[in-house]
Ligand binder design. Structure first.
Ligand code: AMP
Length: 127
């Protein structure tokens, strides 16, 4: 089934200014704000302003300008927040898409997490 965007999701409401957010960076096509339940000292959510549900939806349907803007904004946030991997111990970028990874908000978002050791991404049998 094709992606259907629910414009009542909480990030759509943030984009419309209906609920507040702690903005970290905003550009023409992208908004970044702090996660309300941070899992690390730095936990920023980066979202496109357009109505995309998941990473693959965004990469398939967004314009080149939106995609470049999103990617450059992620890089700028890493620098601004002091987690860029060239000069610090680095960060994790995660995006949940759909049911298996338990995507809670059906508006595409990238989590940028850093500021502490994060462990392995997925537990292994020998961990
Ligand atoms: P996911 O499970 O990947 O869809 O992640 C959704 C994230 O959105 C979670 O980490 C929530 O803590 C976060 N979140 C939910 N509501 C808000 C909000 N109003 N402002 C900031 N972050 C939020």
């Amino acid at each position: 089934m094709p992606y259907a965007y629910d414009d009542q999701n909480i990030f759509a409401r943030i984009l419309r200014g209906e609920i507040p957010n702690d903005t970290v960076m905003e550009t023409e096509h992208t908004l970044a704000f702090r996660d309300i339940t941070p899992q690390a000292p730095v936990h920023v959510l980066v979202i496109p302003k357009g109505p995309y549900v998941t990473y693959d939806h965004f990469c398939d349907q967004a314009s080149d300008a939106e995609i470049v803007d999103f990617a450059r904004t992620c890089a700028a946030i890493c620098k601004q927040e002091g987690i860029a991997a060239d000069t610090t111990p680095g960060y994790r970028a995660i995006s949940n898409a759909g049911e298996h990874p338990i995507q809670e908000v059906p508006h595409y978002h990238m989590h940028l997490l850093g500021g502490r050791p994060l462990g392995r991404m997925l537990a292994r049998a020998d961990d």
